[in-house]
Design a protein around this ligand. Structure first.
Ligand code: SF4
Length: 136
């Protein structure tokens, strides 16, 4: 059976920007069964928890006050891809809406809670490298 790369916040890790998790019992079960590897791209990209909320604004990842986290997000995406491939993952289950993990719909860059069609930096890199991506 193929292995999943999963957003660590879905697996119960309190790694979100606000220091909370977004636990999904099915994802936790996959991890406990040894079928999924939990990773937080923003943490392995070098960002602390908690951290400022950020959104994709054009080609950059910015906070509401204009801090630029693009470099951390790109590094986190590359490291996530590297680890996922090393662990033999071919599928990903990722947290919706996130500028890293969002797939299909992400926040629109206006910090108003509105969504738009798009992909987070990590979701896009995994998808471009042939991963089957599911959004939760
Ligand atoms: Fe969850 Fe992904 Fe955000 Fe990390 S970067 S908190 S795994 S949505």
């Amino acid at each position: 059976m193929s292995k999943f790369l999963v957003s660590a916040c879905l697996a119960g890790f309190p790694c979100r920007y606000d220091g909370k998790a977004k636990t999904d019992p099915e994802v936790v079960k996959l991890v406990k069964q040894g079928l999924a590897i939990p990773i937080c791209p923003e943490q392995i990209g070098g960002l602390p928890t908690p951290r400022p909320a950020a959104e994709l604004v054009g080609q950059r990842i910015l906070s509401a006050t204009g801090e630029d986290f693009t470099e951390n997000f790109v590094r986190g995406a590359q490291e996530t891809l590297r680890l996922a491939q090393e662990f033999g993952c071919t599928k990903a289950i990722l947290k919706s809406g996130s500028p890293s993990c969002g797939f299909g719909q992400i926040y629109d860059g206006t910090f108003s809670g509105k969504m738009t069609a798009g992909m987070g930096i990590t979701a896009r890199l995994l998808w471009e490298n042939g991963f089957e991506v599911e959004s939760r």
